[in-house]
Design a protein around this ligand. Structure first.
Ligand code: AMP
Ligand code: AMP
Length: 336
């Protein structure tokens, strides 16, 4: 039995689970998918899960956790798990957990996130209180909810009209940056202390990415509110002269994170940016774990092609890091 065969890799069936499980299989791990009943078909069909555990709802995770503990399972978090289990319950998880759990509460608070990005000296869009909005702003509700319900307001009156009965929810008004939304996927190894660029994606968001299919003169005929609900992702390669800045930004957020928590950020993460016409990156959000945009590179990206002699997805890279940590007897370095 290989050392890593004494461990299992487990994740929830959604988001990037296909990639995570496939990558773990490629690295020789036993793989477990926890699925909400009725959602298991992809995990069966693609053969990426050696085992599927069915539950009725996300909270029932705690009913099956003993099975995972017995199997020496290592849990890989992703946005669906964060969205549906919630960060308080994630703190109660006893199963081995890949990544820094302390960073979750920083990431979940838009204020703390903004402070982190500012400490890293990244360009971030200006934020406003509703009454001070003086330019087109995007109003974003908290939580990993995939852009659902966001709206644009250019002044306080428009804000009040559009926020309607959601005033009690937690939201941020952020300057709307016009440019190319670009999602940068990184991986930072706490074992080698090296930062790798894994790829970039563009999201496909409804209805903002569909509005351009209707001529401006016809748009007036629809009762349209721009929305940003993510439906899928598309691959992207970047103008090569922008890559030094991409590495610099990734390194800065890692360094700044090390002042925020004991372990600091490690593993997969993503900077969500808009590139403006003067080629400035505005970072509007950070995701401190694997993002679903990496799914466009299940077989490796142009950038992983340069570095690896084999197909290397972010999911596989996570499993590789765990495997290397086990081999070096440093597993705790990748567990949070
Ligand atoms: P789901 O399990 O598809 O309901 O996704 C849960 C959350 O994960 C969503 O609200 C998004 O925040 C995030 N998410 C899922 N899929 C994607 C995607 N393809 N791109 C970006 N974010 C995603
Ligand atoms: P988020 O939930 O922060 O990932 O944002 C969802 C989507 O809203 C993004 O994918 C962008 O299309 C858009 N978006 C968010 N913030 C901004 C911003 N400051 N300027 C322009 N577009 C934004």
């Amino acid at each position: 039995m290989n050392t890593q065969q004494k461990y299992a890799i487990v994740t929830f069936g959604s988001h990037s689970a296909l990639q995570i499980l496939k990558g773990a299989q490629q690295e020789g791990f036993h793989t477990i998918c926890i699925c909400i009943k009725g959602k298991e078909q992809p995990y069966k069909s693609f053969g990426v899960a050696d085992e599927i555990i069915l539950i009725d709802k996300y909270d029932d995770y705690f009913l099956i956790e003993d099975q995972l503990l017995q199997k020496n399972a290592i849990l890989i978090p992703h946005a669906s798990m964060i969205a549906y289990l919630g960060i308080e319950k994630i703190q109660l998880i006893k199963t081995m957990y890949f990544g820094d759990r302390d960073i979750l509460s920083i990431e979940a608070s838009r204020d703390k996130q903004a402070q982190w990005l500012e400490d890293a000296r990244l360009n971030i869009p200006k934020t406003f209180t509703p009454a001070t909005i003086d330019r087109p702003c995007i109003v974003k509700f908290d939580g990993a909810d995939g852009g659902r319900g966001y709206f644009i307001a250019k002044d306080y009156d428009e804000f009040k009209k559009k926020i309607a009965d959601r005033y009690n929810e937690s939201f941020t008004c952020q300057e709307y940056v016009v440019g190319i939304p670009t999602y940068i996927h990184y991986f930072y190894s706490p074992l080698t202390k090296e930062l790798e660029l894994f790829g970039l994606d563009k999201r496909y968001e409804s209805n903002v990415d569909g509005i351009g299919r209707i001529a401006f003169k016809d748009q007036a005929g629809f009762a349209l509110e721009t929305s940003y609900t993510v439906a899928g992702n598309k691959p992207l390669v970047l103008r090569e002269s922008l890559l030094p800045e991409v590495f610099k930004m990734g390194e800065s957020v890692i360094k700044a994170s090390q002042k925020l928590t004991k372990q600091g950020l490690y593993g997969a993460f993503c900077l969500e940016t808009v590139i403006t016409s003067d080629l400035q990156f505005y970072v509007f959000e950070i995701s401190a774990r694997i993002v679903a945009g990496t799914n466009v590179y299940m077989n490796g990206s142009p950038y992983t092609y340069l570095r690896y002699d084999e197909p290397m997805s972010t999911g596989r890279r996570i499993a590789r890091e765990i495997k290397q940590a086990i081999a070096r007897d440093q597993l705790t370095k990748v567990l949070g």
